[in-house]
Design a protein around this ligand. Structure first.
Ligand SMILES: C[S@@+](CC[C@H](N)C(=O)[O-])C[C@H]1O[C@@H](n2cnc3c(N)ncnc32)[C@H](O)[C@@H]1O
Length: 261
C-alpha cells in the first residue's frame, strides 16, 4: 500500500488551515462546526459555491463532513477530484458543474448546514440575487460564510506601491474597480457587504478582516511553518475583529445565520 500521497495531502490540508493569510476564516469555520456539533461530532452538510479546486472543501471533508461543491469551471473540478482522491475523501465530496445562478437546479432548498461562498461575489452579475439564492439553500439555523475582496485594501495597496491614479480610480468608482481593466466586477466594504447580506434575510453574526497586513509583506514572512509565520498568524487573529484593522484587510469575511423561521 502506498501511503505517501495521503500523508502529503494531510500535510497540505494542515498547512492550508493554519496559513497566516487564511487562519482567521478557518478559525471562524472551526467554531461554527464545533457549535453545530456541540461535542457530538455531528456530520455537517456543507455546500461550497464556487469552491474551485477544493481548498476549503477537501480539508472540510477530511474533518468528516459531507461536502458538495458547485463550480462552473471544468478544470477546477478536475483538480478538486484529484485533491479529494489524494486525501482519500472522494466518498464525502460531491461535485456539480454549475454557476451560482443555477444552484437551485442542483441543490435542494434548505439543505445545507453551512454554505461557503468564498471569492465569488466579486464575479457574479447580481450579488443581491446571489445572496437570495445562498439564503434559500441554507437550512434554517444554518450559516453562510462569505469572503470578498475589500475595496479599502485595494486602494491602500495601489497607493503604497506609488500607483496613486489607480488608487484614486478604485476609491471613487461605485463598485471599487478600475473601469475596463479589472479582474473583478466589484469590491466591497464592510458596510456595503453587511447591508447586502441583510437584504437577503440572513443575519450577520461576525465580520472579520482577512489579511490585515499579510498581503502587504513579503511572502517569505508569511510562511506558515516558520516562527515569523506563526507570529504573523497570531497578529492576524488578534487584529481581525478590531476596527480599524478589520476594515483595512485585503478581504472581508462575514458569517451570517438563517433564522429558524
Ligand atoms: C478565486 S476562486 C475561489 C475558489 C474557492 N472558493 C476558494 O476560496 O478557494 C473563484 C471561483 O469562483 C468560480 N466562479 C466564478 N464565477 C462564478 C459564478 N458565477 N458562480 C459560481 N462560481 C463562480 C470560479 O470558477 C473560481 O473557481
Amino acid at each position: 500500500m502506498v501511503d505517501l500521497p495521503r500523508a502529503s495531502a494531510a500535510k497540505e490540508s494542515a498547512e492550508t488551515t493554519r496559513h497566516p493569510r487564511i487562519a482567521v476564516v478557518w478559525s471562524v469555520l472551526s467554531a461554527e462546526i464545533e457549535r453545530f456539533g456541540a461535542g457530538t461530532g455531528a456530520t455537517l452538510r456543507i455546500l461550497d459555491v464556487g469552491g474551485g479546486s477544493g481548498g476549503f472543501a477537501v480539508p472540510l471533508a477530511e474533518l468528516g463532513h459531507d461536502v458538495t461543491v458547485v463550480e462552473p469551471s471544468a478544470n477546477a473540478l478536475a483538480s478538486l477530484r484529484q485533491r479529494a482522491a489524494d486525501a482519500d475523501v472522494t466518498d464525502r465530496v460531491v461535485a456539480h458543474q454549475a454557476d451560482l445562478d443555477e444552484l437551485l437546479d442542483v441543490v435542494d432548498p434548505g439543505t445545507a448546514d453551512l454554505v461557503l461562498c468564498h471569492s465569488v461575489l466579486e464575479m457574479v452579475d447580481y450579488p443581491d440575487t446571489a445572496l437570495d439564492i445562498l439564503a434559500k439553500v441554507c437550512a434554517p439555523g444554518g450559516a453562510v460564510s462569505i469572503l470578498v475582496a475589500n475595496r479599502i485594501a485595494a486602494v491602500f495597496g495601489k497607493a503604497l506601491s506609488g500607483q496613486f491614479g489607480t488608487a484614486l480610480d478604485l476609491l471613487v468608482h461605485v463598485d471599487g474597480v478600475v473601469e475596463g481593466r479589472d479582474t473583478m466586477k466589484r469590491r466591497f466594504e464592510t458596510a456595503t457587504l453587511t447591508a447586502l447580506v441583510g437584504g437577503s434575510g440572513l443575519v450577520t453574526e461576525q465580520v472579520h478582516g482577512v489579511g490585515v497586513v499579510g498581503d502587504l509583506i513579503p511572502a517569505s514572512a508569511a510562511q506558515s511553518d516558520t516562527g515569523a509565520g506563526e507570529a504573523l498568524r497570531e497578529f492576524e487573529l488578534a487584529t481581525a475583529a478590531r476596527v480599524p484593522f478589520r476594515d483595512m484587510a485585503t478581504r472581508i469575511h462575514l458569517l451570517a445565520r438563517k433564522p429558524m423561521r
